[in-house]
Design a binder for this molecule. Structure first.
Ligand code: XMP
Length: 264
């Protein structure tokens, strides 16, 4: 795997995905008041699911209790299983602050970060993208979230260069022009997912959360254009996480057709 490190994040993930016939990004959403027990749980979960997943997504609630050393240890364990590790920061600040955050993430071994496009490019995400790509890391941009309230914001009609469009189309346009590696589009909104995948073709990878507990279907999300599925509770809280991951992996290993429509 570490030989794969010479490739860019997107290429590493694609290569792992086809080797493993999997599209699963496992959301490591476990909690435990004892960091020692938490570390054991992470190791156990990884050893039970590693064969079926391509990446691990780690949120704030796991980063906060862990020291730098502990976080590095978890990421090293994931890497030893040939798994990429994504930091779900929904990064959203001015460039100097963003770069402080991503410098830390790259230092502990993360391979990619999820960022919010709201701060914009200049003085927001410009240096993050440039620095990440120089280091073979990935930046995945939010385009449409999976929760029901996402429509209130991402679905807003906005004016862009004098033309009416949806905020999520504007975020998509930006993600493409910035050279982002991926976009997050909820797997709970198949119409949005289908529309977006019809536009982006394979210029950027689509990561879809909301599968299982939030109501999204793995197979339908992939048919609608998701390249990767972000899955948490359906695996982490399953009585048998190995079996749950294998089932989602095989349900979602189907070939997709993507279009090449232009942005509205
Ligand atoms: P479940 O248990 O619902 O967990 O499978 C989903 C995981 O994905 C995160 N999540 C999102 N992350 N954009 C994101 O970047 C989203 O729209 C989104 N929706 C859910 C959530 O934090 C959990 O880790």
């Amino acid at each position: 795997m570490r030989a794969l490190k010479r490739l860019a994040f997107r290429d590493r993930l694609r290569s792992l995905s086809s080797a493993r016939k999997s599209r699963i990004v496992l959301a490591l959403d476990i909690t435990n008041p004892s960091t020692n027990r938490l570390r054991r749980e992470v190791r156990d979960l990884l050893s039970r699911t590693a064969e079926s997943i391509v990446a691990l997504k780690i949120n704030y609630h796991l980063m906060l209790p862990f020291s730098k050393k502990e976080l590095t240890e978890i990421i090293t364990v994931a890497h030893s299983h040939n798994i990429e590790v994504i930091a779900d920061m929904k990064l959203n600040d001015i460039a100097p602050t963003n770069i402080n955050v991503t410098s830390y993430l790259w230092e502990v071994g993360f391979d990619a970060v999820i960022a919010n496009p709201i701060a914009g490019f200049s003085g927001g995400l410009d240096v993050v993208l440039e620095d990440a790509h120089r280091k073979g890391k990935g930046v995945i941009v939010l385009v449409y979230m999976s929760n029901s309230g996402a429509k209130e914001t991402y679905g807003l009609t906005v004016l862009s260069e004098g033309k009416e469009t949806s905020l999520y189309h504007e975020f998509l346009r930006r993600a493409l022009s910035w050279g982002a590696d991926g976009v997050v589009v909820g797997g709970t909104r198949l119409d949005v997912l289908r529309g977006i995948s019809g536009i982006v073709a394979h210029r950027v990878d689509i990561f879809s959360p909301g599968i299982g507990v939030q109501g999204g279907s793995a197979k339908e999300a992939v048919e609608a254009g998701a390249d990767y599925l972000i899955v948490g509770r359906s695996v982490v809280r399953a009585a048998d996480p190995t079996k749950a991951a294998i089932e989602i992996r095989s349900d979602s290993w189907i070939v997709q057709q993507k279009g090449t429509r232009s942005l509205p």
